[in-house]
Design a protein around this ligand. Sequence first.
Ligand code: AMP
Length: 220
Amino acid sequence: MMNLILMGPPGAGKGTQSKLLSERFLISQVSTGDILRANVKDKTPLGQEAREYMNRGALVPDKLVLEMVVERLSRGNCSNGFILDGFPRNVPQAEALDGMLKEGKKGIDAVIGIEVEKRELIRRLSGRRVCRTCAAAYHVMFNPPVNIDTCDKCGKELYQRDDDKEETVDARLKVYDSETVPVVEYYRSRGLYMAVNGIGSVDQITEAIVKAIGKGRGHT
Ligand code: AMP
């Protein structure tokens, strides 16, 4: 049983790493961005409301995101633990998460922040391509799929996220600085936050995260 939070700016590699960690530790990956995108794709009421915020790089209102997270964490497959990817994104969400966990008599084992400098983030986001169906991520230069526009894993269509376009990337990085960096402080002051260098191969970064988790848990 292990409950983790993976933090980091857009493009740091949260999605890639949380998928790998969820397989390694047999815990559920809960990506609020992926859940929201699936809702937008399926044109659910939540998706229709969230879409406009996402397309301009703003945060979706807390009320919508929190309902979604409460529902997701209460599912049976989270009972072995979970890895949160892209949540909490602001201090009110972090406080709400504490409330939910308290109610379920659960806690957070570690909060890992993947750190990458801004120029590199922009390089990664501008070339990112994502599978519409399984959410696997590629990069046109650094991690290209075998056939451009097709997912290696499931054979479905790849696309560029609207919010990965240049105009929106800048807004997302600003939102990260103003709203999400205070969450880093929130967890650091509780002794839960550990930073990992996000530059290197996917495997190197996974190992650095696993090491950090071990250290964090060793202290509790
Ligand atoms: P991500 O895939 O994590 O980069 O999220 C993509 C977009 O979904 C963000 O730019 C937000 O518009 C929205 N989003 C994802 N997670 C959250 C969250 N925890 N709170 C508010 N909005 C979110």
